[in-house]
Design a protein around this ligand. Structure first.
Ligand SMILES: *Cc1c(COP(=O)(O)O)cnc(C)c1O
Length: 385
């Protein structure tokens, strides 16, 4: 092993277990989920699909890909009408691949505006989707919640071909039934990108989009706690958008790791990690409200909370080894997004969550250095990873 690289890997590991990660899009995959990523599967080319590949010698590879699809189907209780594609390299390409497979160029896409929590890969300015399709936006209400009357209005104004729900920065559950009704009335495809909440949906702690959506995409590395990857679920076959549309050879080591993650997500230990994640999230939301902070929507149903702060709060916290993302609040102010999946994966308890909230508040009040570091150490020494 290159000693320089080995040192960097060791340093990154040490950093991950000695700092506090509240980045809502991150998680810590289990050792068993990480294992296939460094396996011999990385050596294989397997362009195509199980049973229809461009390369020979893929009998076992086919079984692995079919297993990943089967495990996901079990995980989300899917009927046979759902076609699963586990090859997307990540969440953003999965969206591009789905849309380009199902809709002609210049079709109309409607997304939640990025500033209100929609994801860039839904067609924000600069994304390839924004160049290939005609993208319009809908907005959250002034209470920072989805406003279904407004969405109805926007659908009738813009007449999109596809409405995208599922967000990066929205702490509340989504009324998929109502959105599907609105899409049906507007003769519009209903797509849900459940990237952030895929684990919580699997654990049945948030609503499942599968009952109402026409298609679903996800990442596999956020609350689902798998490898970095993406999945498309669709009732219409869209493999051509993946290959040859955007990708060539699938990353089979990742596909195997997705199979393992979907297997683990069916165990009781996964459900209790998800329950703990939401419990920590709710607890922290209540704590910040009680301590006088503006918490968007007043709380959460998910793994994340959004808290109004001064501009630059994420740099102040990052300097102390507490990692959060900066976000736009719907009231136009600056805020931070705090997610609790990593803390739950590390096996800590409510006491540690309270310590972290206290540390965040003290940093935002201008404290630095030793006293904060004491809290960070007290929390991180409880980490099991
Ligand atoms: C994170 C995220 C993505 C992008 O996933 P990548 O794996 O980073 O490409 C797409 N959609 C939503 C809603 C996300 O939160």
């Amino acid at each position: 092993m290159d000693p320089v690289l080995q040192q960097l890997l060791d340093a990154e590991h040490q950093k991950q277990v000695s700092t506090i990660n509240l980045i809502a899009s991150e998680n810590f995959a289990t050792e068993t989920t990480l294992r296939p990523l460094s396996s011999c599967l990385s050596n294989k080319y397997a362009e195509g699909e199980p049973g229809d590949r461009c390369y020979p010698g893929v009998e076992i590879i086919d079984k692995i890909e079919l297993l990943a699809m089967q495990r996901l189907k079990q995980l989300y209780n899917l009927s046979d009408e759902w076609i699963i594609n586990v090859q997307p390299l990540s969440g953003a390409p999965a969206n591009l691949e789905l849309l380009t497979a199902l809709f002609p160029l210049q079709s109309k896409v409607m997304m939640l505006t990025h500033d209100h929590g929609g994801h860039m890969s839904h067609g924000d300015a600069g994304s390839l989707i924004s160049k290939l399709f005609k993208v319009s936006q809908y907005y959250l209400g002034s209470n920072a919640l989805l406003d279904y009357e407004h969405i109805k209005q926007r659908l009738s104004e813009e007449k999109p071909d596809v409405l995208i729900a599922g967000f990066s920065c929205y702490p509340r559950d989504i009324d998929y039934k109502t959105l599907k009704q609105l899409c049906t009335e507007a003769n519009c495809h209903f797509h849900v990108d459940m990237a952030h909440i895929a684990g919580l949906v699997a654990a049945k702690l948030m609503s499942s989009p599968f009952i109402y959506a026409d298609s679903v995409t996800t990442t596999t590395h956020k609350t689902l706690r798998g490898p970095r990857g993406g999945v498309i679920f669709s009732k219409t076959k869209c493999h051509s958008g993946v290959f040859p549309g955007v990708q060539a050879g699938p990353h089979m080591a990742t596909v195997a790791s997705v199979a393992q993650a979907a297997f683990e997500a069916q165990q009781d230990s996964f459900k209790s990690y998800c329950a703990k994640t939401i419990q920590f999230s709710k607890l922290s939301g209540e704590w910040f409200v009680k301590n006088g902070f503006n918490v968007q929507t007043g709380g959460t149903d998910s793994h994340m909370i959004l808290v109004e702060t001064v501009i630059g709060a994420e740099e102040l916290l990052g300097a102390e080894g507490i990692y959060v993302n900066g976000v736009h609040m719907v009231n136009g102010k600056h805020g931070v997004r705090m997610g609790w999946a990593c803390m739950a994966s590390f096996g800590v308890g409510e006491a540690e969550v309270m310590l972290v909230c206290e540390a965040v508040k003290r940093v935002l009040n201008g404290e630095r250095g030793q006293e904060i570091q004491k809290i960070v150490q007290e929390v991180t020494k409880k980490f099991k990873y």
